[in-house]
Design a protein around this ligand. Structure first.
Ligand SMILES: *Cc1c(COP(=O)(O)O)cnc(C)c1O
Length: 407
C-alpha cells in the first residue's frame, strides 16, 4: 500500500522556550558513572563553577545553587529576604510576574501587582509614581521579570534601577532572568541588581534541575537582618560553603554539575558577548520572517516594538485554532515542536488554540532557525493558513547580512 511520506525522521527539534536544546557535549559530559561526592574532581570543581556562573551574570558578588527548577529559585530568593507581612511590588508584563508574586504570597508577603498587560513592557513612569507614593518605604523589594517568556517582552532592567535611584527608594531590586541569562545582555553589577534568579534549562543549556540565586552585598545584609530563614533555602551556607555538602544542602546534583561545567565552558569559549550577538542576529531572522507573515492574513506578533522583544522567545498569534493545528502539523510531519501559548487564554477556551511561541534560546544556530522558520512556512501552506509572502527570503537576508548588533 502506498502511503504518503512523513518527514519527521531525523533528529527531532524542540523549539520551545525551555527546556531548550541540550548540546551533545553536555549530554555526553553527564553520561558517566556516579562520581565520589566526598573527595576528588567533583568536590574540586565547585569554586570554578561558581566563578564561571558569576561571569555569565556579570557579577563579582555571590551565587547559591539549588537542586530545583525556576520556581525553586523564586522561592529560595524570596525566603532569604522577605518575611511574612513584608510588602513586595510586582510590575507584571505577562504570566511570570504573577507567578513570582504568587510565590511571594505563599510565604506571607503582601503582594502588590502593577499590571502592564500581556503585550507591553513596564511603564517606568507608573513605577516611579508608585515608589514616590511609598514615602514610608514599606515596599521591601521590587520583583521584576527581565524577559517574560509568555508575552516575549524584554524589560529594561537598567531603567528600572534608574527609577529606584531617582526616587531614592531602598527596595531591593530582584530580577528573574530565567529566560534571558545566557541569551540577552544582562549586567548584574552595572545595573545594580540585588538579587537575580535563573535556572539551568534555558540559556544555560543544561537539563532542568538546577536553580541559581545571585545576590549583592546589600541583599546579604537584608538576609542577615531577617529574624529567621528556612534552613534549606538559606543562601548563606550555599554561597560560602565550608563543606562540600553545604553547596547543595545535601547530596550534590552530580551529573548536572558535569553538564553545567561543560555548558559554561562552551559559553565562555564562545564568549558571552558573542553569545548575545548570536541570539540577537537569530532573533532578527525570526522577526523578519514573522513580520513578513504578518503582512497578510491573521498572523500577528505579540510584541509590536522590536526594541521590546526578547532575543530568546517570540510569542505569536494566528486565528484560532490555527496555532494548535500548525504545532500539530510541524510536530507530526517534520519532527519540530513549537511552544504553546502561555497565559494568553485559559486552556479550554477556544481562543487558546490561536497562540503559540517560538523558542530560540541557548544552543541554537543559523541552520536550526532557518529550518524552524521553513517548517512554519511549510505548515501554514499545508494547512491553508493565510500569510504574507517572502518570510524565508527575509530571514535569509538577515543571516546573510551577519551584522554586529548593539545589544
Ligand atoms: C521558565 C521560566 C520560569 C519557571 O521556571 P521553571 O523551571 O519552569 O520553574 C520562571 N520565569 C521565567 C521568566 C521563565 O522563563
Amino acid at each position: 500500500m502506498a502511503r504518503p511520506p512523513v518527514l519527521a525522521q531525523g533528529r527531532a527539534y524542540l523549539a520551545i522556550p525551555g527546556p531548550s536544546v541540550i548540546p551533545d557535549a553536555v549530554l555526553n559530559a553527564m553520561h558517566r558513572a556516579a562520581p565520589n561526592i566526598y573527595a576528588g574532581e567533583l568536590v574540586e570543581m565547585m569554586p570554578g563553577l561558581l566563578a564561571d556562573l558569576r561571569r555569565v551574570a556579570r557579577t563579582r558578588h555571590h551565587v547559591a545553587m539549588y537542586i530545583g527548577n525556576g520556581h525553586a529559585a523564586w522561592e529560595a530568593a524570596l525566603s532569604n529576604v522577605i518575611a511574612p507581612g513584608d510588602k513586595v511590588l510586582v510590575p507584571a508584563t505577562g504570566r511570570f510576574g504573577h507567578g513570582w508574586g504568587e510565590m511571594a504570597s505563599g510565604i506571607g508577603a503582601v503582594v502588590e501587582i502593577l499590571e502592564f498587560g500581556r503585550a507591553a513592557p513596564m511603564d517606568m513612569g507608573r513605577i516611579e509614581a508608585r515608589l514616590r507614593e511609598d514615602r514610608g518605604h514599606e515596599i521591601k523589594a521590587v520583583l521584576a521579570v527581565h524577559v517574560d517568556t509568555s508575552s516575549s517582552v524584554r524589560n529594561d532592567i537598567a531603567a528600572l534601577r534608574g527609577v529606584l535611584d531617582a526616587t531614592a527608594h531602598p527596595a531591593l531590586l530582584m530580577v528573574d532572568c530565567i529566560a534571558s541569562l545566557g541569551c540577552e545582555r544582562f549586567e548584574m553589577d552595572e545595573w545594580g541588581v540585588d538579587v537575580m534568579v535563573t535556572a539551568s534549562q534555558k540559556g544555560l543549556m543544561v537539563p532542568p534541575g538546577l536553580g541559581f540565586v545571585f545576590f549583592s552585598d546589600k541583599a546579604a545584609e537584608a538576609r542577615a537582618a531577617m529574624a529567621r530563614v528556612s534552613r534549606y533555602w538559606d543562601w548563606q551556607p550555599r554561597a560560602q560553603a565550608e563543606e562540600f555538602y553545604q553547596y547543595h544542602g545535601g547530596t550534590a546534583p552530580t551529573q548536572h554539575l558535569y553538564g553545567l561545567r561543560c555548558a559554561l565552558d562552551m559559553i565562555h569559549e564562545e564568549g558571552i558577548e558573542q553569545v548575545w550577538q548570536r541570539h540577537a542576529v537569530l532573533a532578527r531572522a525570526v522577526w523578519a520572517a514573522c513580520e513578513a507573515w504578518a503582512r497578510e492574513g491573521g498572523f500577528a506578533i505579540n510584541i509590536a516594538e522590536r526594541d521590546c522583544r526578547s532575543h530568546a522567545v517570540t510569542a505569536l498569534r494566528l486565528p484560532a485554532p490555527g496555532a494548535t493545528e500548525l504545532r500539530d502539523w510541524v510536530q507530526t510531519q517534520l519532527g519540530l515542536t513549537l511552544g504553546v501559548g502561555l497565559g494568553m487564554a485559559a486552556p479550554g477556551d477556544p481562543a487558546w488554540h490561536g497562540f503559540f511561541r517560538l523558542g530560540h534560546m541557548g544552543h541554537v544556530n543559523g541552520h536550526m532557525i532557518l529550518g524552524m522558520l521553513g517548517g512554519v512556512e511549510a505548515g501554514m501552506r499545508a494547512l491553508g493558513i493565510a500569510h504574507g509572502k517572502g518570510a524565508l527570503d527575509a530571514a535569509a537576508e538577515v543571516i546573510a547580512g551577519g551584522e554586529f548588533i548593539r545589544v
